[in-house]
Design a protein around this ligand. Structure first.
Ligand code: AMP
Length: 354
């Protein structure tokens, strides 16, 4: 069996491992802080389930291996300054932005970007962490600790948030999943719905954007592009050079999941345009105790990551999938009393989107 080492040992690595079995690949996720360094064979492959990592003996070993796929991509995407510069250089629409330098005044940022400006940490921000709003109506200087470590973005008055997950192999063949509609709350993904016929007309636009980005970096694997929609225009919020939470529904709703796809790509196995099965929705399980009765709900597939419960932490997800929409509505009704009360809004949002 060929071995694929994965930098990162979170739920994404675990789900890559699950997807590897039918391909007869041996996927081994590795914790960056693990001091037990593995023996990596010359023919083994190395990939990552995260775009940033601390410098440790483990990450040095993996990231410097000659078979580390996309070695030159991660730093460009992990740092928002480089990611936004890349999008600009490719002419791919993204929220207008400025670099926040040591001397940058908030007045300059408002003059360039408007009344409300969102500071985002160049690195390390995720799930809405690492964001800070500046409002001209309540003037304040750029906080000291954001200078030189952030970019500033225009506030985008988006109608909705859509994401696209695509795969690319070494020969440049590209495949895409259908656009996914996402609901965020406090910057963290709560729920997704796909496919949605009402956004079919945006699929070509999204594929052209992500295709251009993947080609420009000779990318091999799966990449996710999160977008804001304004009327019929998509603008990129951010990229992830890996499997993505908004693609989890593909475990139930596509013949090749977003976890199997990058393994095929890195191992040189054929990519196939994913045939989508029925209607899917995904609910993230955030900061709550496990409820085993989720497992009884028809049309649902439950993933519980076995992590320590902490507020705001992603602990699992539920994929709801069925050829028809009515059973999805039934599943939402059955799940409602089994989820915390504040999930009501997310469940209503899914029901409305279906
Ligand atoms: P991010 O961490 O960049 O994915 O941002 C998390 C969430 O914050 C997004 O999903 C949006 O809901 C919101 N957000 C991010 N950037 C902007 C922006 N430029 N304008 C308005 N909302 C934003």
């Amino acid at each position: 069996m060929q071995t694929v080492w994965v930098l990162g040992a979170g739920q994404l690595g675990a789900m890559l491992q699950q997807a590897a079995y039918p391909l007869a690949l041996r996927v081994i996720p590795l914790d960056p802080d693990d001091r037990n360094l593995p023996e990596i064979g010359d023919g083994d492959l190395v990939t990552a389930e995260r775009e940033q990592w601390p410098e440790t003996p483990m990450t040095t070993l993996l990231s410097q291996h000659p078979n580390f796929v996309n070695a030159d991509v991660f730093w460009r995407i992990a740092d928002r300054f480089h990611q936004k510069s890349l999008l600009d250089s490719l002419g791919v629409a993204t929220a207008p932005w400025r670099d926040v330098e040591a001397e940058t005044a908030s007045r300059e940022l408002h003059d360039a970007l408007g009344e409300k400006v969102l500071l985002k940490r160049r690195t390390g921000g995720y799930d809405g962490k690492g964001q800070y709003w500046l409002d001209r109506a309540q003037p304040q200087p750029v906080p000291e600790d954001w200078r030189g470590t952030a970019i500033a973005e225009q506030k985008i008055p988006f109608m909705e948030e859509l994401s696209l997950v695509g795969g690319r192999d070494r020969d440049g063949k590209k495949v895409f999943y259908p656009l996914t509609l996402n609901l965020h709350s406090d910057g963290i993904l709560m729920a997704s719905v796909a496919p949605l016929s009402r956004v079919n007309h945006l699929q070509g636009q999204a594929e052209a954007m992500l295709g251009k980005i993947m080609d420009a970096m000779s990318y091999v694997g799966v990449m996710a592009m999160e977008c804001f929609r304004i009327d019929d225009t998509l603008i990129v919020n951010e990229l992830a050079p890996r499997v993505h939470n908004s693609g989890h529904w593909t475990q139930a709703g596509a013949c090749v999941s977003q976890f199997e796809m990058p393994l095929r790509a890195v191992a040189g196995l054929p990519l196939k345009a994913p045939e989508v099965r029925g209607q899917s929705a995904m609910i993230n399980l955030i900061g709550m105790e496990r409820e085993t009765r989720w497992l009884e709900v028809p049309a649902c597939q439950v993933y519980w990551y076995g992590k320590e419960v902490r507020p705001g932490r992603k602990l699992g997800h539920i994929n709801i999938n069925h050829p028809e929409t009515a059973p999805l509505h039934d599943a939402l009704t059955a799940l409602r009393p089994l989820l915390p009360e504040h999930y009501g809004k997310a469940l209503d949002w899914v029901a409305e989107a279906l």
